[in-house]
Design a protein around this ligand. Sequence first.
Ligand code: FES
Length: 91
Amino acid sequence: MIVCQCQNISDRDINSAIDWMRASDSAALITPGKIYRALGKQADCGGCMPLFLATMRKNANLEVPMELRGLRARTTKDDQTCKATRKSSII
Ligand code: FES
């Protein structure tokens, strides 16, 4: 099935690119831009992005590697409280 009409990219092309990228780098973050580059193409109108992303999400190799998960700092209740003092809040 053709996913990107502008660049004539099929779902098989997308899956092949994802599988190839995952096989060559287990820690790679795979994005649509990287898939376009891997296929030697460049997005044009972007109208295919919803279907392009849906096709990507169906591929089991798209998952973010475990070692890269949870890197964002967790916020605690203390981080969410206002640090403004009475003096600083008076204009
Ligand atoms: S349909 Fe994919 S860039 Fe236009």
